[in-house]
Design a protein around this ligand. Structure first.
Ligand SMILES: [Zn+2]
Length: 393
């Protein structure tokens, strides 16, 4: 039977056989949903007309995973062509092949398959490339960052690699799990990367996904020229960095705080200057209640007298960074979050055991560094308008 071109596969075609080269292969992954759980892997098979993703679940995953090898050529028959769900469509192919129990994969030993021509782009052109697009690049490794571990139930791995090319631009590539662990490449290595996904996170970024394939120091004509360029010019600071460093918005030093907008700064709480309890109006208005001679509470805003209100706390503290220090007011919600204790309980503790109360504040707050979100409020004190700093988050 003559094999069918991969680009001609569709839902109506029956009894087809395709012959192609495996150009990408995923690791074994787990799936779970309401129907249960299991494992799967996928690979991309290409001939000179195009490429398609093939997926094998559970028993078929175990059956095919070892025998499907990257860069080998195979015949596939009796697979089931399915429409690819749009949100999972990575290749520019609307279909994918599911491999069920009758599917057959056989090695095509003497067949030479040419992949479709790959269009390579320069890193500088990524700035005009929309997110989620798959691109191919030939570039040099400028820097390899350490392997990062994350995750709670299952350990995952991540590694960032800085890539550069002779468009004098650099971009970060993120590798996950096995690809991140296995990446063994030094500064100056040439990479041919196919089907990397473009992302817009922090400027432009590249991600290696299942269908991606990296070839390191390939035997290609561009390799020598690019290596040469890199060691002459590329090791210097590049003009055009497409991936931005993750930034903290508006991070300021204390000395520079002078506007009336909210600012963010990292600072150390160095002193608790005052700690005052008060009772607020419980009817959603939250105004401070005034206690009269008879012990009744009065809300000036609601014009109401009441027996009890909500226990609140206000702290005046001094915070400092390497540039200056300021006095800051911190209100109940933040204090409760920092001390993991409700104002009512703090009030009881203050009355019953002053020493424990104070030591709780000192242990949890003093000489600790926090990321402060500060709002500046202008208040009049002794007839002079001056700023009051309030911790807002
Ligand atoms: Zn009120």
């Amino acid at each position: 039977m003559a094999s069918c071109p991969i680009a001609a596969l569709n839902l109506c075609r029956k009894n087809w056989i395709i012959c192609g080269k495996v150009v990408a292969k995923s690791e074994i992954k787990q799936w779970s949903n309401l129907n249960g759980n299991g494992c799967f892997f996928n690979f991309v098979i290409a001939d000179n007309t195009g490429c398609i993703k093939a997926i094998a679940f559970n028993i078929q995953c175990e059956r095919f995973f070892q025998s499907v090898t990257l860069n080998n050529t195979y015949y596939i028959t009796n697979g089931t062509v399915r429409e690819t769900k749009k949100q999972f469509m990575e290749l520019s192919n609307a279909y994918e092949i599911h491999l069920y129990s009758n599917a057959q994969i056989t090695l095509a030993e003497d067949v030479v398959v040419k992949e479709p021509e790959c269009k390579f782009i320069k890193i500088a052109d990524l700035s005009d490339t929309p997110a989620n697009e798959l691109i191919n690049i030939i570039c040099v490794v400028k820097n390899v960052e350490d392997l990062e571990e994350y995750g709670i139930d299952k350990v995952n791995y991540k590694r960032n690699v800085v890539l550069i090319d002779d468009s004098e631009s650099e971009v970060k590539l993120t590798l996950w799990n096995e690809k991140a662990q296995r990446f063994d490449c030094k500064e100056g290595c040439i990479i041919i990367a196919k089907r990397l996904k473009v992302s817009d996170y922090n400027g432009k970024n590249l991600m290696a996904i299942d269908v991606s394939h990296l070839e390191i120091d390939p035997d290609a004509p561009e390799t020598a020229t690019l290596k040469d360029w890199f060691f002459k010019h590329g090791t210097k600071m590049s003009k055009n960095r497409l991936t931005l460093e993750p930034k903290k918005i508006n991070l300021q030093t204390i000395k520079k705080i002078n506007s009336s907008v909210n600012v963010h700064c990292d600072a150390t709480l160095i002193e608790i200057k005052a700690c005052n309890f008060y009772v607020s109006c419980p009817d959603g208005c939250n105004k401070k209640l005034i206690e009269d001679e008879s012990g009744l509470l009065y809300c000036d805003a609601c014009k109401k007298v009441m027996m009890e209100g909500n226990q609140k706390l206000v702290l005046k503290v001094k915070i400092a960074d390497f540039t200056a220090s300021i006095d800051l007011t911190i209100y109940s919600e933040i204090i409760e979050a920092l001390l993991k204790c409700k104002c009512e309980q703090l009030s009881i503790l203050e009355m019953e055991n002053r020493f424990d109360f104070e030591s709780k504040f000192h242990r949890s707050l003093v000489l600790h560094m926090f990321a402060f979100d500060i709002k500046i409020k202008m208040v009049t004190r002794d007839g002079i308008l001056c700023p009051e700093y309030i911790r807002i988050k």
